[in-house]
Design a protein around this ligand. Structure first.
Ligand code: CDT
Length: 311
């Protein structure tokens, strides 16, 4: 599969959706020119990463959420995708008809049909105001927890799963999709370089990001394609390092800068099969009878009682 990731540089508060869509269009054309059949755009790609700003829910919804998809601002992306016959993943803030807010991503096929929708499940950050912090991370205030599970879709000649940003750090995300036969996991992210909760060395933000992609790609025999929105948005810096990772756990392509940038590879989807039929042959080797705590507990608790040593 021709697979591209389109990293977005900063989107400032004053940038219009129309201007952002022009940048996405440019990158979609470049991805197509480099042989891509699917291009992955970032999380909340149409606006600045607004959860960094304290405001009430109503204001956030008015300024930053989409009430329809596509809508007039985004329609050119769908039109161009149809013309170029290229699929895409796009993250945006969704306000449903019932008024529920979600951090959402869609999968659009080469005929510009929305074939899949995912609503972010692992919402990081907080819901209270932290006036002492250099910025906020208000995903828990602005979004509901996703209500659609970790879906996987047979589309564009591949079995594709979607997740969003913080989901990529959780083993459960990938395993749930791999158990549905996923061959490729696509995701977008906005990762602030600075940790507002503890004094974490800045380089660790990139290390843990890549570690999560690489480890989970390998342990699940899947390709992973991850697109950042990055650089300094009105002075608030976020990491780049958008990447395409093979089921070997190796990085096949990685962005160099923190501006708009396309990376593209020919992803051999059969590569994952080697892992899924051997070291990670789930049907042969998994032992779910010993994994009960994974769904039975949320936080860590006491050690389980052990059988007597002599038993
Ligand atoms: N957007 C998003 O989910 N960002 C989070 C920051 C959490 S701090 C580690 C992320 O996991 O990148």
């Amino acid at each position: 599969m021709g697979l591209a990731v389109a990293q977005l540089g900063p989107v400032h508060l004053s940038d219009s959706r129309q201007a952002v869509v022009q940048r996405l269009l440019e990158m979609m054309r470049e991805a197509k020119g480099r042989g891509a059949e699917l291009v992955v755009f970032p999380e909340l790609a149409l606006t600045t990463f607004f959860p960094r700003y304290w405001m009430d829910e109503q204001e956030a919804q008015q300024k930053f959420f989409e009430t329809a998809m596509p809508n007039p601002a985004v329609q050119p992306l769908f039109d161009e995708a149809r013309k170029l016959e290229i699929g895409f993943y796009l993250g945006y803030a969704e306000l449903t008809k019932a008024g529920k807010p979600f951090n959402t991503a869609i999968l659009v096929d080469r005929g510009a049909n929305i074939v899949g929708k995912y609503r972010k499940i692992h919402l990081p950050g907080h819901s209270d105001h932290k006036p002492q912090a250099p910025f906020q991370h208000l995903e828990k205030k602005f979004f509901n927890v996703g209500d659609r599970g970790f879906g996987v879709w047979d589309t564009m000649g591949a079995r594709i799963g979607m997740c969003i940003c913080n989901d990529r750090r959780w083993a459960e995300t990938y395993r749930t999709m791999a158990l549905q036969g996923a061959e490729l996991v696509v995701l977008g992210y906005n990762t602030p370089s600075q940790n507002i909760h503890w004094n974490e060395p800045v380089h660790l933000r990139t290390t843990t990001h890549l570690l999560a992609l690489q480890g989970n790609a390998y342990m699940n025999g899947v390709w992973v394609a991850a697109a950042a929105k990055c650089g300094s948005e009105d002075g608030f810096h976020m990491i780049g390092s958008s990447a395409i990772v093979a089921p070997t756990g190796e990085i096949v392509a990685r962005t160099l800068g923190e501006e708009d940038e396309v990376i593209a590879v020919q992803a051999d989807l059969r590569l994952g099969e080697l892992f899924r039929q051997n070291v990670f042959n789930f049907a042969k080797h998994r032992r779910p009878e010993h994994y009960g705590l994974i769904t039975g507990r949320v936080g860590a608790g006491e050690p389980l009682p052990q059988p007597p040593l002599e038993d």
